[in-house]
Design a protein around this ligand. Structure first.
Ligand SMILES: NC(=O)C1=CN([C@@H]2O[C@H](COP(=O)(O)OP(=O)(O)OC[C@H]3O[C@@H](n4cnc5c(N)ncnc54)[C@H](O)[C@@H]3O)[C@@H](O)[C@H]2O)C=CC1
Ligand SMILES: O=C(O)C(=O)COP(=O)(O)O
Length: 407
């Protein structure tokens, strides 16, 4: 029909040139009996075609209920007058129709590929068209789109379209509606269909997981603040402990990397892109889980310029808390929320007085306080404060290390 249409537009009336063949009574072989394969079968049966097919997953009794007899591809090839492929493109379907399978087909077999370019090997198809082994091809898809090599498109026995299989107003409207519904389902915590990152997303749905994700992100932010002058990171190692965190180690490491890589308040790294972003930046991320009978904790260790920084945190009563920083154990777990000021110094009576003096001078209120046990005579301190200090420089003369952040 496309050739006859072109000839009419050329001003011709060429009735002899365009002799067709009936579909009635012909055999159609369908490789891939999924959603589209089934629809194609039932529609082509209405033209009186016999439909046979092959699918490694759809059971033969199921396809038989819609009129498709299943058999091996070896048995299928020699019986077909027409072959249509409706599989995904995967290693096992790449070149499903190739020189060897064309050789097993009836001479003059006609083939259709409106699934994915490459399921019918393009070079083998051209050879089969040239030799007459293939009598014609209908192609909607190509290995390279748009195809630079136009030899198949220009072949007189090929009709083709520029990947138009889903290009109807109705299909596009359904796609839009399906995507919108998916977003609503995600926002309302319902299960998603077909998400490629389902593992991460599904994990984020339980309120419990939310707190662990917040923990991972805030521990990442704490270590980022403490290593601000020392980056870039070379390694990130996340270990989860405790039976119930077994399935969480994946999203915990993504969350920790989000905390480590996020710059300022703008949206950047997220749970989906964090690990690829880390890899692009040259950071190796290692994730481990250890079963332990003790409570659940997350250990985050980052290597930066040859030094290693470690944070240990947990979720207590629904709140993410920091338990340890660089080996120093806080006497009271530090709730990871709001504006936090961390500093490391040797314990002295003047220290806290001087620090609160700096806060007071900046108009910043002290809201909570935790100190760690001493290690080599020094302690980590964490203060919850009403706002971040405009200049943390004043603290740096009082403490060996100082960092502030908002979580
Ligand atoms: N040209 C276009 O614009 C469009 C193309 N497509 C493509 O059409 C193809 C089919 O789509 P659906 O029917 O929705 O997919 P589907 O997932 O419902 O069905 C695919 C079927 O292929 C079967 N299969 C897998 N490996 C096979 C093998 N080695 N041999 C035979 N069968 C095998 C599977 O078991 C499955 O039943 C996909 O590649 C899809 O991307 C879909 C829509 C529009
Ligand atoms: O839905 C498919 O698999 C398609 O090939 C449709 O492609 P498109 O979304 O129109 O680029």
């Amino acid at each position: 029909i496309p050739q006859a249409v072109m000839s009419m537009k050329d001003g011709k009336w060429d009735r002899k040139k365009f002799m067709g063949a009936e579909l009635y009574g012909k055999v159609l072989g369908i490789a891939g009996l999924g959603r589209i394969g089934k629809e194609v079968a039932t529609r082509m049966q209405s033209f009186g075609m016999k439909t046979i097919g092959y699918d490694p997953i759809t059971p033969p009794e199921v396809s038989a209920s819609w009129g498709v007899e299943q058999m091996s591809l070896e048995e299928l090839w020699p019986q077909c007058d027409y072959i249509t492929v409706h599989t995904p493109l995967m290693p096992s379907t790449t070149g499903l129709l190739n020189d060897a399978s064309f050789a097993k087909c009836k001479k003059g077999v006609k083939v259709v590929n409106c699934a994915r370019g490459g399921i019918i090997d393009e070079a083998a198809l051209l050879r089969a068209l040239e030799s007459g082994q293939c009598g014609g091809a209908g192609l909607d898809v190509f290995v390279e789109e748009p195809p630079k090599d136009r030899v198949l498109v220009n072949h007189p026995n090929v009709i083709s379209c520029p990947h138009l299989g889903a290009s109807t107003k109705e299909a596009q409207a359904r796609c839009g509606r399906d995507i919108a519904l998916q977003i609503v389902d995600m926002a309302t915590g319902k299960a998603l269909v077909g998400a490629v990152n389902a593992q991460v997303l599904v994990s984020t749905f339980s309120p419990d997981s939310h707190q662990w994700i917040r923990l991972g992100e805030s521990m990442g932010s704490v270590l980022k603040a403490c290593t601000a002058s020392k980056q870039p990171y070379s390694q990130v190692h996340v270990t989860s402990l405790g039976e119930s965190l077994k399935k969480s180690s994946g999203f915990l490491s993504s969350a920790a990397v989000v905390g480590l890589l996020t710059e300022g308040p703008q949206k950047g790294p997220n749970l989906v892109n964090a690990l690829p972003l880390a890899a692009e930046t040259g950071i190796t991320v290692q994730t481990d889980h250890k079963d332990s009978n003790e409570r659940e904790v997350c250990v985050l260790e980052v290597s930066v310029n040859g030094s290693s920084y470690t944070a240990v945190g947990s979720v207590q009563a629904g709140v993410p808390v920091l338990l340890e920083l660089n080996g120093s154990v806080f006497r009271q777990p530090v709730p990871l929320t709001g504006h936090l000021l961390f500093f490391k110094a040797s314990n002295s009576t003047e220290l806290l007085l001087s620090v609160t003096g700096v806060l007071a001078a900046a108009g910043v209120l002290l809201q909570s306080f935790s100190a760690s046990t001493a290690s080599s005579g020094e302690q980590w301190y964490c203060m919850g404060i009403s706002s971040l200090l405009g200049d943390i420089g004043a603290l740096k003369s009082l403490a060996k290390e100082a960092a502030q952040l908002t979580v």
